[in-house]
Design a protein around this ligand. Structure first.
Ligand code: GTP
Ligand code: MG
Length: 138
């Protein structure tokens, strides 16, 4: 089984959508093996999104990700990385397929309700950034 890292972003926690989003993950066969609600500092968000530091939206993204609580989580399942990205839908909600998290809930391309790792290497780094191995219970 594969594991991926997921974040329910501030726009979604603000609207009490954590349960509805988790239901989509679980309905798709993903198991939530770790989960906690945290408030990221802007510096923490900046480090987490370091790969995007030269993109024009970087500052806005770090500001947004530290603007309210997020739920960080580890999802486990067969092909969890690809499956999670399928459930999330396209980055821009206008392009997201019907029934995906972003089609149903995202407010804009920036405030798009969820993050999900894009490859096994990034999943491993992102999980380790927020969780100790003992916090993952499969
Ligand atoms: P993540 O799972 O969050 O990484 O989404 P993604 O892989 O679909 O998108 P990408 O890695 O390209 O961008 C990371 C995040 O930056 C997105 O999820 C958005 O929150 C934000 N972002 C991407 N493009 C834009 C943009 O054009 N404007 C703004 N404001 N934010 C953007
Ligand atoms: Mg990405």
């Amino acid at each position: 089984l594969e594991r991926t890292f997921s974040i329910i972003k501030p726009d979604a926690t603000r609207r009490n959508l954590t349960g509805k989003i988790n239901a989509k993950f679980e309905d798709a066969g993903l198991r939530i093996v770790a989960q906690k609600r945290i408030l990221m500092t802007k510096a923490q968000a900046g480090e987490f999104y370091g790969v995007h530091k030269d993109r024009p939206f970087y500052d806005e993204l770090c500001e947004f990700m530290s603007s309210g609580p997020v739920v960080v989580q580890v999802l486990e399942g067969e092909n969890a990385i690809a499956k999670n990205r399928e459930v999330m839908g396209a980055t821009n909600p206008a392009d997201a397929a019907a029934g995906t998290v972003r089609a149903d809930f995202a407010e804009s391309v920036g405030e798009n309700s969820v993050h999900g790792s894009d490859a096994p290497e990034t999943a491993a780094v992102e999980i380790a950034y927020f969780f100790a191995g003992t916090e993952l219970v499969g």
